[in-house]
Ligand binder design. Sequence first.
Ligand SMILES: Cc1cc2nc3c(=O)[nH]c(=O)nc-3n(C[C@H](O)[C@H](O)[C@H](O)COP(=O)(O)O)c2cc1C
Length: 273
Amino acid sequence: MIDPEGRELLISVGAAVFTLRVALRRAGYDTVEELWPEPGDPTLAARVNLTRVVPVDAPTVALAAAIPYRHTNRWPFAQVSVSADMLGQLRDAARREGAVLIAIAPAGRDTVLDLAWGADRWLRDQPEYRRELDRYTDSRLRHDGVPVWAAGPCDALEVVPVRDFAAASPLHRHAEPFEPYPAIMVLATGYDAPIDWLRAGQALQRVLLTATWLGLATMPISQPVEVPAVRKALATRVAGLFPQIVLRVGYGRSQMAGGSPRRSLSEVLMKTG
Ligand SMILES: Cc1cc2nc3c(=O)[nH]c(=O)nc-3n(C[C@H](O)[C@H](O)[C@H](O)COP(=O)(O)O)c2cc1C
């Protein structure tokens, strides 16, 4: 029920495609990507072609270095604001991949967070939502997804709507005060077709890797884009564009973040032909 159209699924595929592009570029190859390259095969979302050998540039080195360190941080961030220059670098990262990243001004932050809380409450009231999250987190069923140690606490101040990935766990999430004025950004696109979701995913990954390189922690907040009426209301905060994902950025305690497992290469690479 969380992602009936497969929008977030394709955002995730887009993020993986961007990671692949960076890794190939880091290995010294120029790449050209084709989205939905085979009209008869809707399961082939993207093809990344190697074109020629090229020298590796500094931005590629930085993005590639960030790949192993990028993780979602669901813990409190320091009460330190993110500089305008850094927010500008994140905006630029999204723009390069054809998306728009909007930093929500302090005056609009409460509205966006209220929308996120409203969506979070609505989702939690749906029994199927709970079951779906459990399938994504139960370590007896899977070795990927969000393990309990990556779920983080809940916000004692009730400012940051951290998704409750730990509800399936017998251990209760504890409450901790989060930063009272989180930096909130919304990644949006001009259209809302599957191809835009793939592009949004590539933009998302470029933003997250850039943030990681800059020493910033990140946490996606998707609840407000998962409830259609709330997504519509959120669109009015981003000039009528289509909001694809909300991000919280800041300075985290790195030892707290992530630890979510990675699939092995043999699970994601297949030999063909
Ligand atoms: C499209 C998309 C939506 C996501 N939404 C949320 C969210 O609402 N809350 C959250 O805590 N994490 C969210 N995430 C983060 C994923 O849960 C996380 O990336 C994944 O579990 C892998 O963990 P890692 O980021 O630490 O590598 C989202 C990720 C993607 C790609």
